[in-house]
Design a protein around this ligand. Structure first.
Ligand code: ADP
Ligand code: MG
Length: 730
């Protein structure tokens, strides 16, 4: 194995940058060329078919069969011109990543000839043999088939020779088996609820759009080194490795100049992203060595999320061309920053107003405050479910660790907005406002500057921060499908807005003026959600204690966090807003628990294997060298005092190595036993708990001894690439 490490290091020395071969032409000239977007629909579809699709996209109407045939024909013609020979229904199963099964357009025509065909029914709906996708028991194997159905709101695109049609994935019983279906339902719920609230301020609003701008963080590792680390290959993270003498202490990587080989990789995947219509905008180095970020211009949430999944897939493929591997794991390396996927979220209207952006006058600012405060209340009331939506085996390593949000939800508003809310709380009287009071209040509200001046105190330690015109949900993990968090966030906000509307209407019914009714309810919400507001250092120990005093939820383990999905509160929230049924909630929890168990199980197996077959033999080998040396000293000096003095440090070392080896062996044995016990448990919740509490601790325990050995054993025989090599090679 040490041979593999050194040949990898040698390979790395000879690595050359592979500059992008693509011609340098303005991006706008080829942006979206592989997407069946509106201009292409216009060109390839009849007017009737075009209008039909647009109506379906904008109003959610159904595509009828006859039209579907026409659309399929146009889509096929376009795709074939672009060289596509296959098509696939592309969906987001509950595993990581996306799924696709390709079918050729090719079919038998007349007189034994071959023709390309693609019908409306194939476009609209398919039945992939999906029995191996997780369903949490919804789909019994005897009715294993689920079906995929076209999501018209996200345009078809071409990857390689395949036309990809974004779809939802449901069981025969109609239950969602993916991320997209519930996301679409949640977006619909928030649209309805927010549009209704907007009517207080502007009757022209007929639709509210939820936006997402994701910031994808990732690590790059050289391919040769990656392949010499079975733990990275099989689990996506390093299960062992002593920290490098230098890592991120000097902050010399963040925003530094991007290494040439990395730039070449970035340029290549960005170009492919542009062809696929993904508006990637920002690229830079992140805090940890070999850590980077890519972010697009924000888009409608469902499309943005499809784009994120597409880009993750692209990055994995393009990285290989540059002899890199991209790591999306939230914590691939111990002791340095992990990777997140900050999810910037806002609501905007069909009239072009960002509802989370301060307006120009008292009326638009009251609208802004209405939405802001309702979000606060929604987050406060649903902190547990929001945490559940982002808690996974891998993200739980990141939350609460180096430079990452803790597993407590709080909202940062900044001093100006905070002061504004405090002011409202004291100034809105419980009784009827006098005309003077009302005028003064409205005037002051009108003074919120359009661009918030104190953007400078943007708090980087808050898991959910208001950043002037949007909320930034920072606790989302880098490997996540953003939909998981967005489903909960949008549903919670939708629900909150519905309640708000009801309460305001009730006051108006009683004769309270509209503005005043809004003020009064907002005031109640400001009071009720106060505990979720925190502008201080979210990474500090004091905050953990303060949060406990405030009674905020703090869970960092997956099995506990997931309980939030099946409480009475959660069931009511999701069913009343038409996002999940109770069956779906139970199933989803089951799937998440199972994923957690499997991940820990794999990590434990890989570590056990590496510990016993790579590390222990290496330790023994080095120990034998030392023993030979001691024996030699003894031969030369005999049992005289000189010998004891000369051999003392080596004898000491032999004892130390022996101690670590024994521990590694014993603990690995105990870990296997703990796994056997856990594996016998039928109930998935209990099994996950057993894996979390009884198996998982061994991973750290065993690692401790391995890392100590790494420091002790001769470098020339250490089998696995070290942190300094993985993190600084580029
Ligand atoms: P920073 O690192 O300072 O947070 P970035 O430029 O890396 O900023 O990312 C900000 C992300 O937020 C981008 O994707 C951007 O398009 C997105 N964004 C900006 N305004 C909004 C908005 N109103 N709603 C949603 N996302 C937004
Ligand atoms: Mg950000």
């Amino acid at each position: 194995m040490a041979k593999l490490r050194f040949s990898a290091l040698e390979e790395l020395l000879n690595r050359e940058t592979k500059p992008s071969k693509e011609p340098r032409i303005p991006t706008s000239e080829y942006f979206g060329e592989l997407v069946f977007d509106r201009p292409k629909m216009k060109k390839y579809l009849s007017k009737e078919a075009f209008d039909h699709v647009i109506e379906a996209i904008e109003k959610g109407t159904r595509i009828d069969r006859r039209m579907a045939d026409q659309i399929a024909l146009g889509m096929k013609a376009w795709a074939m011109e672009k060289g596509a020979t296959h098509y696939t229904h592309w969906f987001h199963p509950l595993t990581d990543g996306t799924a696709e099964k390709h079918d050729a357009f090719l079919t038998f025509g007349e007189f034994g000839s071959m023709v390309e065909s693609f019908s409306g029914s194939l476009l609209v709906q398919q039945e992939p043999d999906a029995s191996s996708f997780p369903s949490g028991g919804i789909r019994n194997t005897f009715e294993a088939r689920g079906y995929t159905a076209w999501d018209v709101s996200s345009p078809a695109f071409i990857v390689g020779s395949t036309l990809c049609i974004p779809t939802i994935f449901v069981s025969y019983t109609g239950h969602a088996l993916d991320y997209k279906f519930p996301l679409l339902k949640a977006l619909n719920a928030v649209d309805k609820a927010a549009t209704a609230v907007c009517q207080y301020f502007d009757k022209n609003v007929t639709r509210v759009i939820s936006n997402l701008g994701w910031e994808q963080e990732y690590f790059l590792v050289d391919e040769a080194l990656f392949n010499a680390r079975p733990d990275l290959v099989l689990t996506g993270r390093t299960l062992m490795g002593h920290s490098s003498a230098k890592d991120q202490q000097l902050d010399d990587h963040y925003f530094g100049s991007i290494p040439e080989r990395v730039i070449a990789f970035m340029e290549d995947f960005e170009k492919e992203a542009y062809r696929l219509g993904v508006p990637v905008k920002t690229r830079h180095n992140e805090v940890a060595p070999n850590q980077f970020e890519v972010a697009p211009i924000f888009e409608e949430a469902n499309l943005a999320n499809d784009h994120n999944q597409m880009v993750m897939d692209l990055m994995k493929r393009v990285a290989r061309r540059h002899k890199f591997r991209v790591l999306f794991h939230e914590k691939p390396f111990k002791g340095i920053n992990g990777s997140g996927k900050h999810s910037n979220w806002s609501l905007s209207t069909n009239t072009g107003v960002n509802l989370l952006s301060p307006g120009k006058n008292p009326k638009t600012n009251l609208q802004f405050l209405t939405f802001l405060v309702n979000v606060l209340k929604a987050v406060y009331d649903n902190q547990d479910i929001l945490l559940a939506s982002i808690m996974t085996a891998s993200n739980s390593h990141r939350l609460g660790a180096n430079e990452a949000p803790p597993s407590i939800l709080s909202v940062f508003l900044g001093s100006q907005i905070s002061a504004m809310l405090d002011d409202l709380e004291t100034r809105v009287p419980d009784k009827k406002m006098t005309p003077d009071e009302k005028t003064a209040l409205k005037l002051d509200i009108g003074k919120i500057p359009e661009i918030l001046l104190d953007n400078t105190d943007r708090n980087r330690t808050s898991p959910f921060a208001f950043t002037g015109n949007r909320f930034e949900y920072r606790a989302v993990g880098s490997s996540a499908n953003c939909a998981s968090a967005l489903i909960v966030l949008n549903t919670a906000v939708a629900n909150q807005l519905k309640v708000f509307k009801k309460e305001v209407d009730a006051l108006i019914e009683k004769g309270v003026k509209k503005d005043e009714a809004i003020f009064q309810i907002i005031k109640e919400y400001i009071k009720a959600s106060k505990k979720i507001r925190f502008d201080g250092d979210g990474y500090s120990q004091e905050w953990v204690e303060e949060a406990r005093r405030r009674g905020l939820v703090n869970v960092s383990n997956v099995p506990d966090a997931l309980k939030a999905y099946t409480t009475d509160k959660a069931k009511k929230l999701f069913t009343e807003n038409g996002v999940f049924t109770e069956v779906e909630l139970e199933a989803r929890t089951e799937v998440e628990l199972e994923k957690f168990v499997k991940k820990i199980q794999i990590e434990a197996r890989v570590l056990g294997d590496l510990a016993l077959n790579h590390i222990v033999p290496t330790g023994v080998r080095y120990m034998n060298t030392l023993i030979d040396n001691v024996q030699g000293l003894k031969d030369v000096f005999g049992e005289k005092d000189d010998f004891h003095e000369l051999a003392a440090d080596r004898i000491d070392l032999i004892k130390k190595i022996s101690y670590h080896i024994q521990n590694i062996k014993n603990k690995t044995h105990d870990m296997v036993e703990a796994r056997k016990v856990a594996n016998k448990i039928e109930d998935m919740k209990e099994k996950a708990e057993a894996y979390d509490q009884k198996v998982r601790p061994y991973l750290d325990d065993i690692r401790y001894h391995i890392d100590k050995l790494e420091l002790t054993v001769d470098n020339s025989i250490w089998p696995l690439p070290k942190y300094r090599e993985l993190l600084f090679a580029r």
